[in-house]
Design a protein around this ligand. Structure first.
Ligand code: HEM
Length: 274
């Protein structure tokens, strides 16, 4: 990307960063700075508003339930294109912010070939070449880029439908709705992956941090890049530390049980004086 765009992105990150705070505790890593989080939630809110108002316009049944949220039918029709424009605008900034980590690499082709192992959670750790984002996350990002452009073009044609040929309006309806369905499917998978499927991910978009264990598990190449440490070695070390702690607790519990047993079998006169 051109250096002027990079400079703009860098400046925006610094400016927004001055107004927010990310506290990183011991054992944690910075995942998403304030600027990224602000953009992400602006994109998410404008997307959800566009989706709900769009559904209301699309389906007469939902129209009754959803339009009161936006102040009635005509208001919903008025607001929907504006929500869409804000969504595209916020996502444009996120696009510039994430362009570099979202670029496709050979490691992403390898990730896609083993997508079955990923979805069935066969391996405890992701392959060591998985960087800041995995190929699934990149696909979602690029699907939003394509859909965002389609939304903008077809949305403008539908907004000013009295100035364009009827066939173009009809095609725009179909493309606009297909793009919305793709985004909706991606959004559902995205919420699942960002919350229930991978515990510890959601907080990265709230407080900006993740644990080291989360990083070496899901994004080993990124972990290595930011810490300079070997993810698998740290994982093995954490495992053996856990095992040692569990063994020590077990040994202590066994010792306590033995002591209690010998105290209960001993007569009161045999109890040691305190
Ligand atoms: C409202 C519920 C949402 C939740 C709980 C959520 C959660 C998250 C989390 C936790 C991440 C960070 C993942 C990581 O660091 O590995 C993330 C990233 C991302 N989010 Fe969201 N998000 C939501 C809505 C959206 C919406 C509506 C969009 C766009 C339409 C979106 C687009 C993205 C993109 C492109 C990424 C980076 C790639 C990825 O992680 O898939 N998110 N989100």
């Amino acid at each position: 990307m051109s250096s002027s765009v990079e400079r703009f992105d860098e400046k925006a990150r610094r400016e927004v960063g001055r107004h927010g705070r990310t506290v990183i505790h011991r054992g944690e890593l910075l995942r998403h700075p304030v600027y990224t989080r602000l953009l992400h939630w602006s994109v998410a809110i404008s997307f959800i508003l566009s989706l709900l108002s769009g559904f209301a316009i699309y389906s007469p049944w939902l129209y009754r339930w959803l339009t009161p949220l936006f102040g009635g039918g005509p208001m919903t029709r008025f607001l929907h294109p504006w929500f869409g424009l804000f969504f595209d605008l916020f996502f444009l900034f996120q696009f510039l912010n994430w362009f570099a980590p979202m670029s496709w690499t050979k490691a992403d082709n390898r990730w896609l070939r083993r997508i079955k192992e990923y979805t069935t959670n066969k391996e405890k750790l992701e392959p060591e070449d998985v960087g800041f984002f995995n190929a699934g996350q990149k696909l979602y990002f690029w699907a939003i880029v394509v859909s965002g452009v389609l939304f903008l073009i077809t949305g403008l044609l539908l907004w000013f439908d009295d100035t364009v040929p009827r066939w173009l309006v009809a095609v725009s309806y179909v493309v606009h709705d297909i793009a919305a369905l793709i985004m909706l499917a991606g959004f559902i998978i995205h919420i699942y992956e960002g919350t229930a499927a991978q515990p510890g991910t959601f907080r990265s978009m709230i407080d900006g941090t993740v644990t080291r264990a989360w990083a070496w598990t899901h994004h080993p190449a990124w972990y290595k890049e930011v810490t300079g440490r070997d993810p698998r070695e740290d994982y093995e070390r954490a495992l053996s530390g856990q095992k040692e702690r569990a063994d020590a607790i077990e040994a202590w519990e066994r010792e306590q049980e033995g002591r209690e047993r010998s105290m209960s079998t001993a007569g009161p006169e045999e109890l040691p004086e305190r």
